[in-house]
Design a protein. Structure first.
Length: 354
């Protein structure tokens, strides 16, 4: 009996060989695939947070920084002209002066002022197109109502940007985006249509027609400039093009001012206040639009800039005391609805590792 019991192998306190091997290979803690290994309430290194997508950033920067700030530029330009008959080229020169201090930032960062040699020609072309666009816009504001001039310029820039992006970059748009573009363009037509259809005969009507043509050309130049900017790819692109805009504007407008127009030195505080406000707000709008067009479709950016039209119409009525027709109010409502559609369609988030 005792021998039989001795023949039975007793379990080893330390475990047999197989048991020891199993113990060694077994992980010290059991992990369940359906449960998180990190207790609730404790931070995790693999935590994911949701942030706005590039399209959403572009939409809000274009809407809040580009459109709203630019809406004050047209009425303030008209106030400066009415107060001291400040020529459009002289106002553009003052605006360009606010861009020149950006050279200090480029020097501090060690970047070339004129950009890398391989993209320098396109950077100068972008500056020339923007100077042409702003010059046409300022000239149009002086002969036609500020709201109508802004409306024509923004409408032409939106349509031309959509066509250029479709032809040059083969960038398509979704159904909601096309709906927003169509609605915003329709709103602009409602605003400016009655004014164009009732042009006066004679010299006054000719000048107003010329103003609308200049506004259209300004929008076309703006859309071309945005397409050129999207092709620029280097680290200091935004400050470089901002500085080049000021440099080219000074070089082009100073001789043109003495040849085509008569320089005027503002004498009152109102004119100087308008000049400073135009320079600062235009600089903010320029930077925001240039940033937004790299994040979102250029046609959508131009459509969101239609908020400038609504702001200009409000200032036209309450500050300049110019009449606002019922069609202007109806068109502004259509524009705001279209902006809401475009904004809602581009609201999205993307997960980023923290």
């Amino acid at each position: 009996m005792v021998g039989a019991l001795k023949g039975i192998r007793q379990p080893d306190p330390g475990g047999d060989g197989e048991g020891q091997e199993e113990t060694k290979t077994r992980p010290p803690y059991f992990t369940w695939p359906l449960l998180s290994s990190t207790p609730a309430g404790l931070p995790s290194s693999h935590h994911q947070r949701c942030g706005p997508s590039d399209a959403t950033k572009g939409v809000f920067v274009a809407l809040l920084g580009g459109g709203l700030s630019a809406g004050f530029v047209g009425p303030f330009s008209r106030m400066a002209y009415q107060s001291s008959h400040l020529p459009s080229l002289e106002l553009l020169i003052f605006r360009c002066l606010f861009h020149l201090p950006i050279a200090l930032l480029l020097k501090f960062r060690g970047d070339p002022l004129l950009g890398p040699p391989d993209v320098r020609v396109r950077a100068f072309l972008h500056a020339v197109l923007n100077v042409l666009s702003i010059g046409c816009a300022y000239s149009a504001v002086q002969v036609v109502p500020a709201g109508n001039a802004v409306t024509v310029r923004k409408g032409s820039s939106t349509v031309c940007s959509a066509l250029l992006a479709l032809c040059l970059e083969s960038q398509g748009l979704g159904g909601y985006a096309w709906c927003g573009l169509f609605g915003s363009t329709l709103g602009l037509i409602i605003i400016v249509g009655p004014g164009v259809g009732t042009l006066q005969e004679g010299t006054t009507g000719l000048y107003m027609a010329l103003g609308y043509i200049l506004a259209f050309l300004g929008g076309l130049a703006l859309s071309l400039g945005l397409q050129v900017y999207r092709s620029l790819r280097f680290p200091s692109c935004l400050p470089t093009v901002a500085f080049l805009f000021g440099l080219v504007g000074i070089i082009v407008c100073v001789p043109g001012l003495f040849v085509l127009q008569t320089p005027v030195i503002p004498q009152d505080v109102l004119s100087w206040s308008c000049v400073v406000a135009v320079g600062l707000l235009a600089l903010v709008s320029f930077i925001c639009v240039s940033y937004a067009v790299t994040k979102a479709h250029p046609a959508l950016v131009c459509a969101l800039l239609h908020s400038e039209v609504v702001v200009a119409l409000i200032l036209q009525y309450y500050v300049l005391y110019e009449a606002v027709a019922p069609t202007d109010i109806m068109g502004a409502g259509v524009v705001l609805g279209s902006i809401a559609i475009i904004t809602a369609q581009n609201l999205s988030c993307e997960k980023k590792g923290q």
